[in-house]
Design a binder for this molecule. Structure first.
Ligand SMILES: [Mg+2]
Length: 123
């Protein structure tokens, strides 16, 4: 556990050192990395190549905390993440309830098996 905490501290020190050096340039760097992630995801859908996605997610995850640090919003992001996760979970559960209801109705009135439709459904 202490090793993990040391790794986190070491990473945070590196991120802060970079952020302190580049300052506001890191805001544009984050925008750039987000753009590269969009491109990597697009490429993945065409080629199935995950490597660029891995690289660009790593870039975004390295630069985003730098921007949080530079803007002094580090303590604000975590609660916002929790809020948004909870909000999305509620949406997912609502959609699942609707889907379950629809499948029950299909089975009741059509006597059909909806498993095929479910497996074909895009996520
Ligand atoms: Mg990149």
């Amino acid at each position: 556990m202490i090793e993990i905490e040391n790794m986190i501290d070491e990473r945070q020190q590196k991120l802060r050192q970079i952020a302190d050096h580049y300052q506001e340039k890191q805001l544009w760097k984050l925008a750039e990395e987000c753009g590269e992630l969009v491109q990597a995801l697009s490429k993945y859908t065409l080629t199935g190549d995950k490597r660029p996605v891995i690289e660009e997610i790593a870039d975004v995850k390295n630069v985003a905390p730098q921007v949080e640090y530079l803007l002094g919003i580090e303590d604000d992001v975590e609660p916002m993440m929790e809020y948004k996760l909870d909000r999305t979970i509620k949406e997912v559960e609502e959609q699942q309830k609707k889907m379950d209801y629809r499948e029950r109705m299909m089975r009741t009135f059509l006597g059909g098996n909806c498993d095929r439709q479910r497996s074909n459904r895009k996520l």
